[in-house]
Design a binder for this molecule. Structure first.
Ligand code: HEM
Length: 405
């Protein structure tokens, strides 16, 4: 029987995401902790920071997703919200999760993502048209913020006149993470209800008139006679909107910031666009917008001679694992020519909850960076970057003023 985790003398990671730390300070503090021990005390329980341990935890099915309980863990309570919340692919486990992934997986294939590339290029070009003449832009506000919404709408087969409404719903639903639930709850609930109604109608329309989009593909998805119910279809579309917008925009913000700090890499990308797929992996490794995820022990778990009792909360630091020098040579060097390896960067997660939209997110970033490098040469920071508050989850620049040309 291993030593009880709570009895170990462990380094403390709880301070790392203090709001008043810069991300560089938080990174240094996390790396110092990672050098001391493979396990640390985390914000809600424990935390793993090394590549192999992060992968081991995320691939071990006894560690269940905590995404359905994040608000409770952060001390935010709302019976109204809890009552309304329904099962999502992000929080489903076991057979239920396997079934959902099996049904929806094919609709998220690289081939489907590739079919949206011409549309992505059109959106990227139109956004850059809006500021190219000025030779300066706030990339976070003018580009990253609006970029993912039309793509998700096109994916769903929602018409252009509804883009703005989608963006407003997504913004309101994301308020759930603002820590001000008492005030924000009415807007959050309203947005959820309106989005559910909209998606319900869209699904009904597609049942009658199939089209070439994700909603139609999900309606048709079948595995040995099994199909998604109407509620499951809505829930999946909401999960895609929630998981696919803020992640993409923040990652692109982080990546653009990195290139503004490394002009020689930006120039290299402009001259050698074939490096774009590697550049996407390297930016996600070096400065990932999803910095970690959380699991809960569904039973007593023994790992590396340590006993984690049922209910133990475990954070898996994707960002620290991405800088593990036993996996990535010279991890603090940003190098878009880095050779691909059989140990990929972890910003899309690992194991059964591995990002369902990874192919789409890769395509979105590849198309954006290719065109930006071409149309926005000599990229430099215009003034200080304003970062969103430090958080273990999704994070990136709130303002990213640059000059180019
Ligand atoms: C750069 C952009 C993105 C990043 C960094 C990202 C990251 C992640 C990560 C880390 C997870 C796993 C969470 C966990 O294990 O707890 C995840 C899951 C997921 N992502 Fe993404 N994501 C991105 C874009 C997208 C897009 C564009 C979509 C939809 C089209 C999407 C849909 C999903 C879904 C549905 C899940 C849940 C999968 C499951 O639980 O089985 N993501 N994502």
């Amino acid at each position: 029987m291993g030593t009880l985790a709570t009895e170990l003398d462990l380094p403390d990671l709880t301070f790392v995401d203090d709001a008043d730390r810069t991300w560089q300070e938080a990174r240094e503090a996390a790396d110092a902790v990672a050098a001391e021990h493979w396990l640390a005390r985390g914000m809600f329980g424990f935390a793993v920071l090394h590549y192999d341990d992060v992968v081991a935890v995320l691939r071990d099915r006894r560690w269940h997703s905590a995404s359905g309980q994040i608000l409770e863990m952060a001390g935010i309570e709302s019976t109204e919200w809890t009552a309304r919340r329904r099962q999502s692919i992000l929080s489903a486990e076991g057979e239920e999760h396997v079934r959902l992934r099996r049904l929806v997986g094919p609709a998220f294939s690289p081939r489907h993502a590739d079919s949206l590339r011409p549309f992505m290029r059109q959106v990227v070009n139109e956004l850059i048209d809006g500021f190219e003449g000025h030779g300066r832009a706030d990339v976070a506000v003018d580009f990253c913020e609006p970029y993912p919404i039309p793509i998700i709408c096109e994916l769903f087969g929602a018409p252009k006149e509804d883009w703005k409404q989608f963006s407003l719903w997504a913004t309101d639903i994301f308020r759930i993470f603002n820590g001000n639930l008492e005030e924000d709850l009415p807007a959050i609930m309203r947005a959820n209800e309106e989005l559910d109604d909209y998606l319900g109608e869209l699904i009904d329309r597609r049942r009658n008139t199939p089209s070439d989009d994700l909603v139609t593909a999900l309606i048709a998805a079948e595995d040995e006679g099994d199909r998604l119910s109407h509620d499951e279809l809505i829930s999946l579309c909401v999960a895609v909107l929630m998981a696919g917008t803020d992640t993409t925009r923040n990652q692109l913000g982080c990546s653009t910031y990195l290139f503004a700090q490394h002009p020689e890499q930006w120039e290299l990308l402009r001259k050698r666009p074939e490096l774009v797929p590697r550049a996407v992996e390297e930016t996600m490794r070096y400065l990932g917008a999803v910095r970690g995820t959380v699991r809960i022990a569904s039973e007593d778990i023994e790992y590396r001679d340590v006993l984690f009792p049922k209910g133990t909360v475990m954070a898996a630091s994707l960002s620290a694992a991405n800088r593990d020098e036993s996996t990535f040579a010279d991890p603090l060097t940003f190098d878009i020519t880095r050779e691909p390896s059989n140990k990929p960067q972890l910003t899309f997660g690992s194991g059964i909850h591995y990002c369902l939209g990874a192919a789409l997110a890769r395509a979105e970033q590849q198309e954006a960076l290719t065109i930006m490098a071409d149309r926005m040469p000599n990229l430099h920071l215009d003034s200080a970057v304003e970062w969103k508050p430090n958080s273990f989850g999704i994070w990136g620049p709130a303002r990213l003023p640059v000059t180019f040309g």
